[in-house]
Design a protein around this ligand. Structure first.
Ligand code: ATP
Length: 973
C-alpha cells in the first residue's frame, strides 16, 4: 500500500490525500474516526488482510494507510491531546504545534504529488553508503514496515522443506506451500517488482486437516471453509507434491496473505534488505540537522521448531574461528543481527564523520545488550547452590526468568559466586507505563568485530538443546537490543555506563529546552531483534525427559499468550455498528515476553513492529504450520487502536504538565507584571480565543456548581477596572490550575493503584495457571501413557481376534491333561503304597520268623556250650588223672631206671614198656589230649567253636580217628 503514494503523477490518491488532510485540518477528531473506520475495514475484510481487497473495499482506508500521510498525521497527533471521544482538549500552544505539524503535512502532500520515484521512500541515507546491503530495485518490499502501515507487518519466510526426522527429500518432506506470484496492483501500474504476498497451502493426505476433510462426510470446499478461498486455478497438490490438474474443486486448500513472502530460495540479504533494513534506517535522524532519533522498532521471529528462526535472526559465518576475523562483511549467510550490527555501525561512522566535519554536531554511539527469557524453575534445578528462597519460589512459581547473556558489569555481578549461576533480572514498569529490564548490562560497540564477538558470546550462552528434529533447538526467547544514542560532543559517554533499559521508546524521549513548542526529542532509540523459541510437540521432538517437556510446555504457554494478546487486541478493535464487543483484558502481563513488548504491540510503536513467520513447508509439519499461519493472520489483522494511541499521548502530556504547567507559568508571569504590564497581560489573555473559551467554560462550570472553591470568587460582581479584572482572572486561573493539578494527581494515583492491582492479579493468575499447568501436564502424561498401553492391547487384540480364544482352549486342554495326569499319578501312588505295605508286612513276618529261629539256635548253642563245658570239665578231670598216672609211671620208671643202673643186667626200658603195654588208642588219646589241653591259645580256643560244617555240630576238634577216641561219644553229639 505504501508504494501507492509513490505514484509518479499527481494521482487520485494524492488528491484524496489532500482532501483527507484538509479534513484533518478542520477536525483532527475526524482523522481518528477515519482510523477507526480503517480498523473496522481491516477486521471486516479478509482476516489475512489482503491489500487488494482493501483497495477495492474502501478507498479512503487505503489512502489513510499511505505512509507519508500517516507519518504526518502521527506527528500532528503527537502535539495534541484528545479525550476518549476524540474531542480536543488542546490549548493554545497545542494548537500551534498542531498548526505547525499540519503545515509540514501539507508540505509532504506536495512532495508526494511531485514525487516521481517508484520506490517507497527509505529514510535518508545520503551521508552513509551501505556497501552491499543497499536494497536493489527488485528487492523493494511492497510494504515498508514501520513506514506508516497501521497494522503489524507480518512477513512469511518459507524454508526449504525438510521432514521432521531431519532428512531431506523424504516422503514427509513434500512441499505443501505454494507461493502465489500474482501481479499486485502496484505491478499492474508498472511499478517495480514486489514481494509476493499470498501463499496457498495444500493439505497432505496424512495431515489432520485432510483427515477432517475426508471424514467429514460433507467435504468442505475451499470456498466454504473458514478462512479459505477457492483457488483461481483448479490445481491441487497431493502428498507427493504433484499437481492434479483434473481436480475441479480444491479441497482443504487455504490462502493466506501477508506483508511479504520469502520463498525457499530467498537469501539472507534479501530478507534483511526487505524487512530489517528499513527498520534500522528508521532509527536514525531523518536529516543531518535533526537532533531527534527515529522511533524504536521491534522485530521478532515466530514458528515451530526447525522452521529457521535462528537461521533468519543469527545465521552463520560470522563466528570468529580460532581468533580469525572475518573480512568479508557482511557474510553471505549472516542473519539479521550481524547484518544490523554492520548496517548500524556503518551509518554511525558516516554520521559521526559528517558531524566531525560539520564541527560540533551530535555524535552517535551504539550499545548492545542481549538477554533471554528462560524458565526459572528448570534453571534452578540445573544449577546447584541456589539460595533456599529462590529454590522455594521457583518450585512454586514456574514463571520464566530474564537472564543476561552478556557479561555483567555491576558490583552485584562481581559479588556473585559462580555457583549462583547467571543473574536473574527483573522486568519493571514505571509509573508512566514504561517497561524496562533492571540491571541489564549494555556494552558500547564501536566495531563490527566487537559486536559479532558479543553476538557469538550470547549465542553460546543461550539455552539450547538437541532434540529429534533440531540439534540446536532454542529453549528460550532471546532478545538482542541494539541501542543508538545521541552523544553530545562535549561529554563522551563512558563504555562502562550501566543504566536501566526501557522497552518503551517514549522512555528515551526528552523534551527540548525550548519547551513544549518543540516536539519530543528522542535522545536514544532501540531496535529489538527477538528470536522466539519454537513451538513444538514433544511427540515429534521425542523429548521425553521431564525437563524438556516442562521447557516445551512453558515455551508453548508463552507463545500461546502472545497469540491470546493478539486475538484480544483484535477484539478491542472498533467493530461495525450493532456488533457486540467481546473485548476483555489483554493478557500482556501474563507472560514476560508480552509484558516486555506490550508497548510495541499497541500504540504508535506498533507501526514499527515487524513479525517474521518461519515455516517449514514439509508435509510432516503441515498441521503445526497451519496453526502458525493462522496466528500470523491474526497478527496481520491487528491494527493500532487510535484510542490507545491518544490515551497514551494524553497521559504523557498530563504528566509533563504536572511538572511544568504552562498555564501556571503564564499566570505567574502575569502576576509579576506591573499594572501597566498586567493590563497588557490581560489583553494578552483576552487575545487568546482558546484560553478565553476555556475560562468561560470554567466560569460556567463553577457558577453552576457551588462546590468549587473559586466559584464564589467568580460569582462576585466583576470589578470594573481592567486591573481588577486581571487580578480576579489570575486568581481564578491559579485556583483552577491548583485544582486541576490535584485532580490529576489523584487520577494518577488511581491509575497507579489500578495498575498495581492488575499486576498483582496477573502475577497470582500466572502462578495459579503455571501450577495448574504443571498438574495438568502430569495428569495428561499419565493418561496418555495409559491410553497408549490400552491402545496397544486393543490393537493386538484386534489384529488377532481368534488368537486369544485359541489360546484359551489350549490352556483349558492343558489344564485338563494336567488334572488327568495328576489323578493317574495319585492312583499309581496309592497302588505303590499298598504294595509297599504288603511287602513290609511280609518282611516283618519273615524277620520275626528268622528271629525266632535265631533265638532257638541261640538257645541250642547255649545248651551245647553247657554240654561242652561239662565235657571239658570231665576231660580235664580225666586229663588230670592221666597226668597223675603218667607222673606215677614216670616215677616208677625212674625208680626202675635207677634200679637198672644199679643192676645193669636187668632190662632197663621200663617207660617204653609201659606205653607199649598200653593199648594204642590210649596212647593217641593221651597225645591228643595233651595238645587240646593248651586252651590258653586263642587259635585253638576258636577252634573249639569252629563251625563244624553242614550237618556237623560244634564241638572239640576231632581226633584223627574219632571212633577210636575215648571222647568219641561227645563229639558226635
Ligand atoms: N532458509 C533456510 N535455508 C537453509 N537452511 C535453513 C533455512 N532455515 C533453516 N535452515 C537450517 O535448518 C536448521 C534449523 O534451523 P533453526 O535452528 O534456525 O530453526 P529454529 O526455528 O530456530 O528451531 P528452534 O525453534 O528449535 O530453535 C539449521 O541447521 C539451519 O541452518
Amino acid at each position: 500500500m505504501s508504494n501507492e503514494s509513490e505514484g509518479g503523477a499527481p494521482s487520485m490518491e494524492s488528491c484524496d490525500e489532500c482532501r483527507d488532510d484538509a479534513e484533518t485540518r478542520r477536525a483532527p477528531a475526524a482523522v481518528f474516526g477515519r482510523l477507526e473506520q480503517e480498523s473496522r475495514g481491516a477486521v471486516a475484510s479478509h482476516a489475512g488482510g489482503n491489500d487488494e481487497d482493501e483497495e477495492q473495499g474502501d478507498m479512503n482506508i487505503t489512502r489513510l494507510d499511505d505512509e507519508e500521510s500517516n507519518l504526518d498525521i502521527n506527528s500532528v497527533i503527537s502535539g495534541m491531546e484528545e479525550d476518549e471521544e476524540g474531542n480536543i482538549i488542546g490549548e493554545q500552544d497545542q494548537f500551534e504545534v498542531f498548526g505547525k505539524n499540519l503545515s509540514s503535512c501539507f508540505d509532504n502532500v506536495g512532495r508526494i504529488a511531485s514525487s516521481t520515484s517508484q520506490r517507497p521512500p527509505l529514510p535518508p541515507t545520503r551521508d552513509v553508503v551501505i556497501p552491499t546491503n543497499k536494497p536493489s530495485a527488485a528487492a523493494v518490499p511492497q510494504v515498508v514496515p514501520g513506514a506508516g502501515d497501521k497494522r503489524l507487518s507480518v512477513f512469511l519466510r518459507v524454508r526449504p522443506p525438510v521432514c521432521s526426522n531431519g532428512t531431506k527429500g523424504n516422503e514427509g518432506a513434500a512441499n505443501t506451500i505454494e507461493i502465489i506470484e500474482t501481479k499486485s496492483a502496484a505491478n499492474q501500474r508498472g511499478y517495480a517488482p514486489t514481494l509476493p504476498t499470498t501463499v496457498r497451502t495444500y493439505p497432505p493426505l496424512n495431515s489432520n486437516a485432510a483427515k477432517v476433510v475426508r471424514c467429514g462426510g460433507k467435504v468442505p470446499t475451499a470456498a466454504s471453509s473458514c478462512n479459505s478461498k477457492k483457488a483461481p486455478s483448479s490445481k491441487s497438490l497431493i502428498d507427493d507434491g504433484r499437481a492434479d490438474n483434473d481436480s475441479t474443486e480444491v479441497r482443504g486448500v487455504k490462502e493466506y496473505s501477508y506483508s511479504g513472502v520469502f520463498g525457499p530460495k530467498s537469501t539472507q540479504s534479501e530478507v534483511y534488505n526487505n524487512i530489517a533494513a528499513p527498520l534500522v534506517d528508521g532509527l536514525f535522524p531523518r536529516d543531518m540537522d535533526s537532533e531527534s532519533l527515529g522511533e524504536s522498532a521491534l522485530l521478532f521471529t515466530l514458528g515451530v521448531t526447525n522452521a529457521g528462526k535462528t537461521h533468519t535472526v543469527m545465521g552463520t559465518g560470522f563466528e570468529t574461528k580460532g581468533g580469525k576475523k572475518s573480512t568479508d562483511y557482511p557474510g553471505e549467510n549472516w542473519g539479521i543481527i550481524p547484518r544490523a550490527l554492520h548496517h548500524i555501525l556503518t551509518r554511525i561512522d558516516g554520521n559521526n564523520s559528517a558531524a566531525a566535519t560539520n564541527a560540533g554536531g551530535p555524535k552517535l554511539q551504539m550499545y548492545m545488550s542481549y538477554l533471554e527469557i528462560y524458565n526459572e524453575s528448570i534453571y534452578v534445578r540445573k544449577s546447584l547452590g541456589f539460595s533456599r528462597l529462590s529454590t522455594v519460589c521457583s518450585r512454586h512459581i514456574a514463571l520464566p526468568s530474564v537472564q543476561d547473556l552478556l557479561p555483567q558489569k555491576t558490583q552485584n555481578a562481581a559479588s556473585r559466586r559462580p555457583c549462583d549461576g547467571p543473574p536473574t533480572l527483573k522486568l519493571r514498569e514505571s509509573r508512566r507505563g514504561r517497561i524496562f529490564v533492571r540491571d541489564l548490562a549494555r556494552h558500547a560497540v564501536s566495531s563490527v568485530q566487537q559486536g559479532l564477538e558479543l553476538a557469538q558470546m550470547a549465542k553460546t550462552n543461550r539455552h539450547t538443546a538437541s532434540n529429534n528434529i533440531n540439534s540446536q533447538s532454542s529453549r528460550s526467547h532471546s532478545i538482542c537490543q541494539l541501542e543508538i544514542s545521541l552523544v553530545p560532543t562535549a561529554q563522551k559517554s563512558s563504555d562502562a555506563d550501566l543504566s536501566e533499559y526501557e522497552t518503551d521508546d517514549e522512555s528515551v524521549c526528552s523534551r527540548s529546552s525550548a519547551g513544549r513548542r518543540k516536539s519530543l526529542q528522542r535522545k536514544s532509540t532501540i531496535i529489538w531483534i527477538v528470536d522466539l523459541a519454537g513451538s513444538e510437540r514433544s511427540k515429534k521432538t521425542r523429548s521425553h525427559s521431564s525437563r524438556q517437556q516442562k521447557e516445551a510446555a512453558i515455551i508453548n504457554a508463552s507463545l500461546m499468550n502472545l497469540m491470546r494478546c493478539l486475538r484480544e487486541m483484535l477484539n478491542h478493535q472498533p467493530k461495525k455498528k450493532g456488533s457486540s464487543s467481546k473485548a476483555g483484558v489483554i493478557p500482556f502481563r501474563e507472560s514476560k515476553l508480552t509484558h516486555m513488548f506490550m508497548n510495541h504491540l499497541t500504540g504508535p510503536s506498533a507501526s514499527r513492529t515487524c513479525m517474521i513467520v518461519n515455516v517449514n513447508p514439509a508435509s510432516d509439519d503441515y498441521d503445526e504450520t497451519q496453526h502458525v499461519l493462522g496466528y500470523a493472520t491474526t497478527a496481520r489483522s491487528v491494527t493500532i487502536s487510535a484510542v490507545d494511541y491518544n490515551r497514551k499521548r494524553r497521559i504523557l502530556a498530563k504528566e509533563s504538565r504536572v511538572k511544568l504547567s504552562p498555564k501556571k507559568a503564564l499566570v505567574g508571569v502575569v502576576k509579576k507584571l506591573s499594572p501597566k504590564k498586567r493590563k497588557g497581560g490581560a489583553q494578552q489573555i483576552e487575545s487568546m480565543p482558546h484560553a478565553n473559551k476555556r475560562m468561560r467554560s470554567h466560569n460556567h462550570t463553577s457558577t453552576s456548581g457551588s462546590s468549587t472553591k473559586f466559584g464564589g470568587l467568580l460569582n462576585k460582581p466583576r470589578p470594573k477596572t481592567s486591573h481588577q479584572v486581571t487580578q480576579v482572572d489570575a486568581d481564578a486561573q491559579e485556583e483552577l490550575e491548583r485544582l486541576r493539578e490535584e485532580n490529576f494527581k489523584l487520577k494518577i494515583t488511581v491509575e497507579d493503584l489500578g495498575q498495581q492491582l492488575v499486576d498483582c492479579e496477573a502475577e497470582v493468575r500466572g502462578e495459579v495457571v503455571n501450577m495448574m499447568d504443571e498438574q495438568l501436564q502430569e495428569t495428561k502424561q499419565w493418561y496418555e501413557s495409559r491410553i497408549d498401553s490400552l491402545k496397544e492391547q486393543i490393537t493386538s487384540m484386534q489384529s488377532s481376534p481368534g488368537k486369544s480364544q485359541r489360546n484359551e482352549v489350549d490352556l483349558l486342554e492343558r489344564i485338563e491333561e494336567c488334572e488327568n495326569e495328576m489323578q493317574r499319578m495319585g492312583e499309581d501312588h496309592k497302588d505303590e503304597l499298598s504294595k509297599m505295605a504288603l511287602a513290609q508286612r511280609r518282611l516283618v513276618q519273615q524277620h520275626e520268623s528268622e528271629l525266632r529261629a535265631e533265638r532257638q539256635r541261640g538257645e541250642r548253642l547255649q545248651q551245647d556250650l553247657g554240654a561242652s563245658r561239662h565235657q571239658y570239665t570231665e576231660l580235664k578231670a580225666s586229663h588230670d588223672n592221666i597226668l597223675a598216672n603218667l607222673e606215677s609211671m614216670k616215677a616208677r620208671q625212674e625208680t626202675e631206671d635207677a634200679a637198672a643202673k644199679e643192676n645193669p643186667d636187668e632190662p632197663s626200658n621200663t617207660s617204653s614198656f609201659a606205653f607199649k603195654n598200653l593199648p594204642r588208642e590210649r596212647v593217641s588219646a593221651v597225645a591228643s589230649t595233651s595238645s587240646i589241653i593248651d586252651v590258653t591259645s586263642p587259635k585253638k580256643k576258636r577252634g573249639w567253636f569252629k563251625s563244624p560244617g553242614k550237618g556237623k555240630k560244634i564241638g572239640l576238634a576231632e581226633p584223627d580217628d574219632g571212633e577210636r577216641s575215648p571222647l568219641g561219644k561227645i563229639n558226635t553229639k
